[in-house]
Design a protein around this ligand. Structure first.
Ligand code: B12
Length: 322
């Protein structure tokens, strides 16, 4: 590989560990890319270890994005090798120094270190986990979009998104790390699912479906999955989203004559069935449907529970005519 367009003095540059940390890949992967495809460091260092230059880093970032997007390794390497980074957008040498001074490993025990573990995950799930781990939002979106196109919302949610989000959650739980990964992934998931939900132009339902979480609950991705899956059935939803006070939910339902109010609770600390009973006393009353692991115990009259996306979609579609 070339000398990085002359932007670095010989002693500058990143170690394998530092590049691995930046890209969110294992050092062993970098060594393989070097050995097999010639995507190695072009910088020089006194002693045995060569350093990666800013241009090397830019090429490897390109390689990683292509791989995360599902491009086969050899093709991605070919494109990465001929990639000409713009010298004006290369990482400044000072930054390379700072990172070099504090190298970190990206390898760790599954679920407890830096690696998001997806036991039994599909190739796409592993690709999505890698893309999220690299904080590569566009690659996450591309993988999700492609899977939605090929398999539809329910399959994508159950077989791609739930396993990867569970892995990301476990990594956070075990190590306290990966909040950045979680945010990048959440943004891509929401962006793609909400895009699908908004595609619906002629809804079949005359009475709207309201989707919300209650006051202390911020987890909304399952609501977007539901909105997108119902849109595939022609059912339009009105997304009130996170942290909705019950009285607001009630007023909104009354104003638009909601046929169904679906309330998600992820955390048991956010469940509060009692105030929802008010909704069932309205005339005409919407059907109140609960979903999520946060709901525990008995539901009261007029309130029902669903336990998975397929069941929730089927029940709501049958109630509003989708
Ligand atoms: C993304 C995410 C976030 C994002 C949410 C972004 C957004 N817009 O939604 C942000 C960063 C905001 C967040 C914040 C927090 N989070 Co969070 N988060 C997650 C993560 C990774 C995914 C959440 C999700 O969408 N789950 C949906 C699916 C993937 O999981 P599931 O509910 O278990 O799925 C089962 C069933 O619900 C059902 N099902 C699945 N889909 C559907 C769909 C429908 C319609 C139905 C009916 C059923 C159904 O089948 C599934 C398989 O059994 C989870 C990890 C996880 N395992 O869920 C953590 C997780 C839920 N978060 C957790 C925590 C602790 C928090 C915080 C308290 C962290 C903090 N210290 O700030 C805050 C709480 C904020 C609040 N008050 O609500 C913990 C909760 C632990 C617990 N049980 O109490 C989890 C489990 C991570 C972990 N492993 O520890 N989080």
């Amino acid at each position: 590989m070339s000398q990085g367009q002359g932007v670095e003095a010989p002693a500058m540059g990143l170690t394998v560990a530092a590049v691995a940390r930046r890209l969110g890949v294992a050092p062993a992967t970098l060594r393989t890319w070097d050995r097999r495809y010639g995507l190695g460091p072009s910088g020089h260092e006194a002693g045995a270890h060569r350093r990666y230059t800013a241009a090397d880093l830019a090429r490897l970032e390109h390689m990683r994005s292509l791989v995360n997007a599902g491009v086969p390794l050899a093709t991605a390497a070919e494109q990465a090798l001929s990639f000409q980074p713009d010298p004006e957008h290369l990482a400044p040498v000072t930054e390379l120094r700072r990172v070099t001074a504090a190298p970190e490993t990206v390898e760790g025990r599954p679920g407890g270190g830096s690696v998001v573990s997806i036991p039994g995950g599909t190739t796409h799930a592993r690709g999505l986990a890698r893309a999220a781990q690299s904080l590569d939002g566009p690659a996450c979106s591309a993988i999700i979009r492609e899977t939605l196109d090929q398999r539809g919302v329910v399959w994508t949610w159950d077989h791609l998104l739930v396993p990867v989000m569970t892995g990301v959650g476990e990594r956070w739980e075990n190590s306290g790390r990966g909040v950045d990964v979680e945010h990048i992934l959440s943004d891509a998931v929401q962006g793609e699912l909400s895009g699908r939900a908004r595609k619906l132009s002629t809804p079949v339902n005359s009475r709207p479906v309201i989707l919300a979480t209650l006051e202390r609950e911020s987890h909304t991705l399952p609501l977007w999955a539901l909105a997108a899956a119902l849109a595939e059935r022609g059912v339009e939803c009105r997304m009130l989203g996170p942290r909705t006070p019950v009285d607001v939910l009630e007023q909104a339902s009354r104003r638009i004559g909601a046929g169904v109010v679906f309330v998600w609770s992820q955390l048991s600390a956010t469940e509060d069935i009692e105030p929802l009973a008010e909704l069932t006393r309205m005339r005409p009353a919407p059907r109140v449907i609960l979903g999520g692991p946060g709901w525990r115990g008995e539901t009261s009259t007029g309130i029902e529970r669903t336990y998975d996306l397929t069941g929730a979609v089927a029940r709501i579609a049958s109630l509003v005519g989708g």
